[in-house]
Design a protein around this ligand. Structure first.
Ligand code: IPE
Ligand code: IPE
Ligand code: MG
Length: 245
């Protein structure tokens, strides 16, 4: 049996859902839920760092979220910008390396600037990788990866028959980050909503009924504890998985 300190998921992916419902159930504007959501983010990231998780990827804004009312989109964007500016120095001090993935060209220039600043300030961080998926779509990521391979084929630098899973995987937005071991989705929905479809094929899923603003370090630790009880078989038999052969 492995102890609690062992078998910590190397990479946790998070879908922080439920901000709107949290606010609406209190008679507050949805944007107040998003504001509370950014506060929760810092505590959960800190708890992941303390657990020894080496990578966290957060779904901050999906391609589909562009279809929300423009005042909500604007509010989320300005909260993200403020969050990145406010947290930048502390993230750097904690040894957390931050990156953003997605169609960042669709974002306002001042948000892109805040992203680049936090990426620059934290690039020496070696204790944890924190990746924000924003303006991110999983199918868009695969399309972008395929386009990149197709360009190499068209220019004669790549043979179609040389394309393997790892060739395509290497063209994803963050190919140096291992696939997630654990996906946590708050807000109770049982779907992945276009988040990391390529990378999640063997990820353990944990759906929390808690709305994101009610999620916290205790819930994160509970999710990790339950993850540690799972048997990951990767298509093999239980005996093979336990024997490690
Ligand atoms: C998730 O919370 C945050 C983003 C999509 C940016 P929601 O805003 O989707 O909250 P619900 O699901 O409507 O409660
Ligand atoms: C997923 O939540 C996206 C983020 C948390 C950023 P959504 O609220 O957009 O997902 P659906 O619409 O319920 O599938
Ligand atoms: Mg939602």
């Amino acid at each position: 049996m492995s102890g609690p300190e062992e078998n910590i998921p190397r990479h946790i992916a998070i879908i922080p859902d439920g901000n709107g419902r949290w606010a609406e159930s209190r008679g507050l504007p949805r944007n107040e839920g998003h504001r509370r959501g950014t506060e929760v983010m810092r505590d959960v990231i800190e708890a992941a760092l303390e657990l020894g998780v080496s990578s966290v990827t957060v779904y901050a804004f999906s391609m589909e979220n562009w279809g929300r009312p423009s005042d909500e989109v604007d509010a989320i964007m300005s909260l993200l910008r403020r969050y990145l500016r406010r947290e930048r120095d502390e993230l750097a001090a904690k040894g957390i390396r931050v990156r953003a993935i997605g169609r960042l060209d669709m974002l306002d220039a001042d948000l892109v600037e805040a992203i680049r600043e936090v990426e620059r300030s934290t690039e020496q961080g070696s204790d944890m990788r924190l990746t924000f998926a924003l303006s991110y779509g999983g199918r868009t990521e695969i399309v972008d990866a395929v386009r990149s391979l197709a360009r190499d084929v068209a220019s004669g630098h790549l043979e179609p028959d040389a394309i393997e899973e790892k060739t395509l995987g290497a063209r994803m937005y963050a190919p140096d980050v291992p696939d997630p071991d654990l996906l946590i989705r708050t807000g109770g929905e049982h779907r992945i909503s276009n988040f990391l479809p390529w990378q999640l094929v063997y990820t353990e899923l944990w759906i929390s009924e808690a709305l994101w603003p009610d999620f916290g370090p205790d819930e994160l630790r509970e999710a990790v504890r339950l993850y540690q009880q799972r048997e990951r078989r990767f298509g093999r038999t239980g005996a093979q998985a336990r024997g490690g052969s």
